[in-house]
Design a protein around this ligand. Structure first.
Ligand code: SAM
Length: 287
């Protein structure tokens, strides 16, 4: 059997009894970083038989070995550095290959950073998980602009060195008042959970350098005026119209007197990442 096993996202006690039992029984444990995992396993007195590094750079080679181990009847368990494997972590290609070959695999569920935040978010509407947004502003804005009028909440992960840039783009692309929920350092000593607007969250994080450290999950809520979840669990929403931010309008206002509307719109879109249709409507009404 190949077990895909969740480990803690901070607090070392957040590991299930079954996870410890399976780890104890495993002939091979696959992990991202042997030093990190050895520490976790030692803390829980797991006697490791064989610990093998498994990450995106050796995924193909190790997958072949796993197939052989499973065919030899060994128990193999994959863990990642934190949380659930396959959730913005290695594991996807391995599982895909094992499923394709019809070999046995089974999940050992447990901690996951975004599920932890969803569980305390108060959300009563559907959500989707996106993971890490692209690192470059232009690529990031391209994705964010698709979420103007999305009718579910979107969960993203972000690294500490990009949290300010990312929030700045959320304000720029989705507006000052977009409702957001932040989960920082979940289950750890300096856990922070804040539900506010994108603009206020950016100000809060900029005002305190400690709030820029650690690990972040962010939930971007839809711009809802009245999302209603029926008894059947199906949600319906009447969305507030997506709007241009003041920065986007200012840029367009600067270019409109100098250029034909189409050019002004294209340039403003390139500079600010604003939605082209919204820019066109504004340009037509204000030229
Ligand atoms: N597999 C993990 C899971 O199940 O959540 C996610 C691994 S991904 C490589 C690491 C990212 O998850 C971090 O950059 C951060 O965005 C998020 N994360 C992990 N632990 C966290 C925590 N304790 N608090 C907030 N976010 C966390």
């Amino acid at each position: 059997m190949l077990y895909i096993c969740a480990t803690p996202i901070g607090n070392l006690q957040d590991i299930s009894l079954r996870a410890l039992q399976v780890l104890q029984q495993s002939e091979v444990i696959l992990c991202e970083n042997t030093r990190n995992s050895r520490y976790l396993l030692e803390q829980h007195n797991v006697k490791v038989k064989k610990l093998v590094a498994f990450h995106q750079h050796n995924e193909a080679v190790i997958t072949e070995k796993v197939i052989q181990w499973l065919q030899d009847g060994l128990t193999v368990t994959q863990i990642s550095d934190a949380g659930t494997p396959g959730i913005s972590d290695p594991g996807g290609r391995l599982c895909s290959k094992i499923l394709e070959l019809g070999l046995p695999l089974s999940p050992i569920p447990g901690a996951c950073a975004y599920i932890s935040l969803v569980s305390v978010s108060g959300l009563t509407i559907p959500h989707m998980f996106y993971g890490f947004l692209p690192a470059k502003t232009t690529h990031r804005c391209k994705i964010l602009n698709q979420w103007h009028d999305i009718s579910c909440a979107v969960c993203i992960y972000e690294a500490p060195h990009r949290i300010v840039e990312c929030l700045t783009d959320i304000v720029k692309c989705l507006g000052d008042n977009r409702p957001v929920i932040l989960g920082r350092e979940l289950t750890k000593q300096f856990e922070t959970i804040v539900k506010t607007t994108a603009d206020e969250l950016l100000k809060f994080i900029l005002s305190d350098s400690n709030q820029q450290r650690g690990e972040f999950v962010l939930i971007i809520e839809p711009v809802h005026e009245d999302i209603v979840v029926g008894d059947d669990g199906i949600s319906s929403s009447s969305l507030a119209k997506p709007q241009l931010s003041s920065e986007q309008i200012n840029t367009l206002n600067l270019l409109l007197p100098e250029l034909p509307p189409k050019k002004a719109v294209t340039l403003t879109h390139k500079i600010t990442g604003a939605d082209k249709n919204l820019l066109y409507n504004y340009a037509v009404q204000n030229k």
